[in-house]
Ligand binder design. Structure first.
Ligand code: FEO
Length: 395
């Protein structure tokens, strides 16, 4: 059933309470998500985005209960990724000639995925369509936030920014709005979304935020394509994005490792102890990659000023869990963060060298030669690990 957002604007999306993985299995979504589609019923009827493919038939059936599908005048496809365009093929079977407003890149992605020559109407930033009753939809290209085809649309008079992925969160909720949500869940999922999806595009995002601000749009509601709609002080999430887009960090150090026989684990705990002894203000968090969700750890890396990374030596190298995590950090293009390495070894002991090279290659400033420990840490080695932690805290 459609749910009112404001005046003649309704939510017609899908809440996915069961979703636990997204982008294949790349991104954890512990609290589900939603695919937000919007229906505007002015003199013209406009549909903004659809839902993910598995819910396509359900979406079209529900929409047909609300309106005669042939009465849809315009479709706006803000983004071609399947979680928003996935119901287009099912919908377009009913209304094959309806114009789809989208960017030139969205034509490529929609054609590339669905192999259909629908009635695409290409728009650029500043282009607008009149939807009656004096209202217009103004389009804003959001290229690389986070796909080349991404776009937002602003509805005048109602002052709603349909922002698509930007400002979203993977969070299933029974209510629509931010003032009705669990605030901890909302902001955790918002920062996790930013850290794991948008961080590589920080510089583009900074320019885009400036551009949107310079357009002087009187934004009263930010209607995202995932999770909660921002209606209570919607600019609070824009301000958060401004902070996050500027190589964000808190006074936090993350110790991230994997271990085989708990020697490297013991080092991690002793290093944490040393950091705490040297600096009682810094927040220290310790993560065994085998026991923690990688996307949650990425969120903590995003918040950290320093990452202390650990692996025992295996086959003259590091454990694949740690190598994979460093690869993920590299993809996410963190900037302005420091790194140091540690690890136990029995024979040749290359792990710290490999970790240092890998972290430098991933864009971190390696601030120490690292700490290597032969065999399991004895009392002296544990003291040395504590001292290493103290040194890291001071760097
Ligand atoms: Fe929510 Fe980029 O799709």
């Amino acid at each position: 059933m459609k749910r009112q957002v404001k005046n003649n604007v309704y939510w017609v999306g899908k809440v996915d309470w069961e979703l636990r993985k997204f982008h294949g299995d790349e991104l954890s979504t512990h609290k589900g998500s939603s695919y937000n589609s919007y229906l505007i019923q002015e003199e013209k009827t406009v549909l903004i985005d659809t839902v993910w493919t598995p819910f396509a038939e359900e979406f079209v059936e529900n929409l047909a209960r609300e309106i005669d599908l042939s009465k849809i005048d315009y479709i706006v496809a803000n983004h071609g990724e399947v979680d928003h365009s996935g119901a287009l093929p099912a919908l377009m079977k009913h209304i094959p000639d309806t114009p789809i407003y989208c960017t030139a890149n969205a034509v490529k992605s929609l054609k590339g995925q669905y192999h259909q020559d629908w009635n695409f109407q290409v728009v650029k930033t500043g282009d607008k369509i009149s939807i009656g009753n004096g209202k217009e939809l103004v389009f804003v290209e959001m290229s690389m936030l986070h796909w080349p085809d991404s776009m937002a649309a602003f509805l005048t008079q109602d002052n709603i920014l349909f922002s698509n992925d930007a400002f979203g969160q993977h969070l299933a909720n029974d209510k629509l709005f931010n003032d009705q949500a669990d605030q901890h869940d909302l902001f955790y999922e918002a920062i996790k979304y930013y850290a794991n999806i948008l961080n590589p595009f920080n510089s583009i995002l900074r320019r885009k935020l400036d551009e949107i601000i310079s357009m002087n749009l009187p934004i009263e509601i930010i209607a995202t394509s995932h999770g909660i709609i921002w209606r209570d002080n919607p600019m609070q999430i824009v301000e958060k994005y401004s902070q996050w887009a500027n190589d964000y960090q808190e006074n936090q150090i993350a110790i991230v490792y994997d271990t085989m026989w708990n020697g490297t684990k013991l080092l991690a705990e002793k290093i944490a102890e040393g950091i705490g002894l040297a600096d009682s203000d810094v927040v220290v968090k310790v993560f065994n990659l085998a026991k923690n969700d990688a996307n949650d750890v990425i969120t903590e890396v995003f918040k950290s000023k320093t990452v202390v990374i650990g692996s025992p030596t295996m086959s003259n190298n590091i454990l694949h869990s740690v190598a994979g995590f460093i690869h993920l950090m590299k993809l996410l293009r963190f900037k302005g963060k420091k790194a140091a390495a540690f690890g136990c070894y029995g024979w040749s002991g290359e792990s710290v060298k490999v970790l240092n090279e890998s972290m430098a290659n991933a864009g971190f400033e390696v601030v120490s030669e690292g700490y290597r420990n032969h065999w399991n840490p004895d009392v002296e080695s544990q003291k040395a690990a504590i001292d290493f932690g103290k040194t890291i805290a001071k760097l």
